[in-house]
Write a new protein. Structure first.
Length: 391
């Protein structure tokens, strides 16, 4: 209850008491001191003794309510015996009983006692018997309204609790969504770093190690060629780092067709190995940007694994575009590996995380990745992503 509602029914009680007192004063003042004393006692009972204006709250204790109402009914009974004018207080006392009730059954019983007192006082003062039905009718209506209002109050309280829970759940979901966004961004960055910077640095390390062991016996032309390859790899890595910061597409796809990007990837494998690399694809392919990025990154990771681990003599990169899906296959005739051990947790080859990143990328577009490999028989990596329209 707000502050005004908390005091409303006490105010109504005192209004009815004041009206009754002035009616008594106008009709008969012989017992006015007795009535005044009872009214003072009523004020002391409600405010000094039980402080109704403080304890009247939504969850008022039933025992405190009963004590206050019992004293109120007793004093009301005494006042209506003193003078019939105080029968008008029934309005205020009813308001108090029902307004601060937390149990409709208790309120009905107390109001029934109050109505019986009113009827008895009416007969005691020998007033017209035809009006006796009025308080009984009021009692029935008041109890019906009390039942309805109590139900509404309970529903409002439950609705408020539900709204509070929903708000709390909404806040929790918002926090979870933010955390999920952070994790997704971290995962995206990890994939991008693995597919770009980590691979480039791996190439630089491998080339550097190879040159360190052979530099004394290498011809100058070979040294210059290796240094040029180191320089170009480092520049590509730098460019990838800048694009990663700007969240742009891979450099190989910039201003090139997807087929040209695959040819560039194949040429890189040829430079870094002695393998024969074939590229098969439709003459003209135009996929969506997201599809091209996912297919290219998977092909890039598969080719990087070929360079690092496969020791293959022949590699094929095949792109097939159907009506509703695009399939890219990278196959080699290298050493292969045991799927049950090296990739049982889809974590990549030789302890890396490349295969897992392939799967994550494909799932972003509701695609899938399949890996087939056995020791000595090569490896096949196949990625399929859905497309809206084959072009």
């Amino acid at each position: 209850m707000v502050a005004f509602e908390r005091h409303l029914f006490v105010i109504l009680l005192w209004i009815s008491t004041g009206v009754s007192f002035f009616a008594h004063l106008a009709s008969d003042s012989s017992r006015l001191p007795i009535a005044g004393g009872l009214i003072v006692l009523l004020g002391a009972w409600l405010h000094a003794g039980h402080r109704v204006h403080v304890w009247v709250v939504d969850d008022v204790e039933q025992r405190t309510y009963l004590v206050a109402c019992t004293g109120l009914i007793v004093l009301f009974a005494a006042l209506v015996v003193v003078d019939a004018s105080y029968l008008f207080m029934l309005f205020g006392v009813f308001s108090f009983l029902f307004g601060y009730s937390s149990d409709v059954r208790v309120a009905a019983w107390l109001s029934g006692v109050l109505t019986a007192i009113w009827v008895g006082a009416w007969l005691y003062h020998d007033l017209p018997s035809g009006a006796i039905a009025t308080p009984i009718f009021v009692w029935g209506i008041a109890n019906a309204i009390n039942v309805l209002s109590t139900r509404i109050s309970v529903q409002n309280r439950e609705r408020g609790e539900l709204i509070a829970r929903l708000n709390a759940t909404r806040d929790e979901l918002a926090v979870a969504e933010r955390e999920r966004g952070v994790l997704e961004e971290r995962s995206r960055l990890a994939r991008e770093i693995h597919d770009t910077l980590a691979q480039g640095f791996t190439s630089v390390v491998l080339l550097s190690d190879a040159m360190r062991g052979q530099i004394d016996s290498m011809p100058r032309e070979r040294i210059a060629e290796s240094l040029s390859l180191l320089s170009s790899t480092a520049r590509e890595n730098l460019d990838d780092a800048r694009r990663l910061i700007a969240s742009e597409t891979p450099a190989a796809l910039d201003a090139r067709s997807f087929v040209d990007a695959l040819e560039t990837l194949a040429e890189e494998v040829r430079r870094r190995t002695s393998a024969i690399v074939d590229v098969e694809s439709p003459s003209e392919v135009s996929l969506g940007g997201s599809e091209e990025v996912v297919l290219f990154r998977v092909a890039q990771e598969a080719c990087n694994n070929v360079v690092k681990y496969a020791e293959a003599e022949r590699v094929s990169i095949v792109l097939e575009v159907g009506e509703d899906a695009a399939v890219l296959t990278v196959a080699d005739d290298g050493v292969g590996f045991m799927l049950g051990s090296a990739a049982s947790e889809i974590g990549g080859m030789s302890g890396g995380s490349g295969l897992g990143f392939m799967v994550d990328r494909a799932r972003e577009l509701d695609g899938m990745v399949e890996v087939e490999s056995t020791p000595g028989s090569g490896t096949v990596v196949r990625v399929q992503v859905p497309i809206v329209v084959a072009r």
